[in-house]
Design a binder for this molecule. Structure first.
Ligand code: ADP
Length: 220
């Protein structure tokens, strides 16, 4: 599903953010990406999303080597991934329903399909009652659930989450973790970068640790 073969990323500033990384994450896995601040977690995620280019090595996503993917193919790659960030990144002038529907609109889903699918995914994240509200009327946990609904709505094969609980209090963070566990149990691969040691410890999932750009630990 996600395979890194000897991947190195050096930014134009000269910082080597990822050094010779080799690992693979199988379909249906749940993997944490951990490491201190500045260790290279976000860079790994950006490489998976092809927001950054590797300097050397190969990255294979769903059986396809994306190293030399043509720019016009990148949107198709991203459709296989649902992405969630620490700061939610919702559209402030759209309602909960519209935020989720918009993700389907941009991949040219039919209005009929959108009308059927959005309520289902809002129900899955427990937000049926909040469909008409705007992001600034919601708690942080609710906003992150909208972001998860938006990430899920096009049925991606994987969810990539960069510090999704970073702005949430512990109880709310666990609500999000329970949702991610549920999503993973339905067959979606989950890759989550996090600082939250208690969450990683309790979940007992695979842990890939990166320090100073090097993969220093990989516990299944
Ligand atoms: P983490 O997500 O673990 O905090 P990052 O992947 O953001 O780590 O950063 C890894 C290293 O790469 C850090 O030294 C950081 O300063 C550097 N870095 C990250 N993004 C850029 C960039 N766009 N340009 C230059 N250096 C960067």
């Amino acid at each position: 599903m996600i395979e890194f073969k000897n991947v190195t990323k050096v930014y134009t500033t000269g910082t080597e953010a990822v050094h010779d990384a080799t690992f693979s994450i199988d379909k249906g896995e749940f993997a944490f990406l951990v490491g201190s601040s500045g260790s290279g977690k976000s860079t790994l995620i950006k490489l998976i999303l092809k927001e950054e280019e590797a300097n050397s090595g190969n990255i294979i996503i769903n059986g396809k080597d994306i190293t030399y993917l043509k720019p016009k193919r990148v949107p198709y790659l991203r459709r296989s991934m649902g992405v969630v960030f620490q700061d939610f990144r919702l559209l402030p002038d759209k309602t909960v329903y519209e935020n989720v529907a918009f993700a389907m609109y941009i991949v040219k889903s039919t209005p009929k399909h959108i009308r059927r699918r959005v309520p289902d995914v809002l129900a899955q994240v427990g937000l049926t009652e909040k469909a008409k509200m705007y992001p600034n009327e919601l708690s942080g946990g609710e906003q992150q659930r909208v972001a998860l609904a938006r990430a899920l709505v096009n049925n991606p094969s994987m969810i990539i989450a960069d510090e999704p609980t970073g702005n949430l209090d512990p109880n709310t963070a666990w609500d999000i973790m329970n949702l991610l566990t549920d999503i993973n149990a339905r067959g979606t691969t989950v890759v989550m970068a996090t600082h939250a040691k208690d969450i990683v410890k309790t979940m007992k999932k695979r842990v890939i640790q990166i320090e100073k750009g090097n993969i220093v630990r990989d516990d299944k």
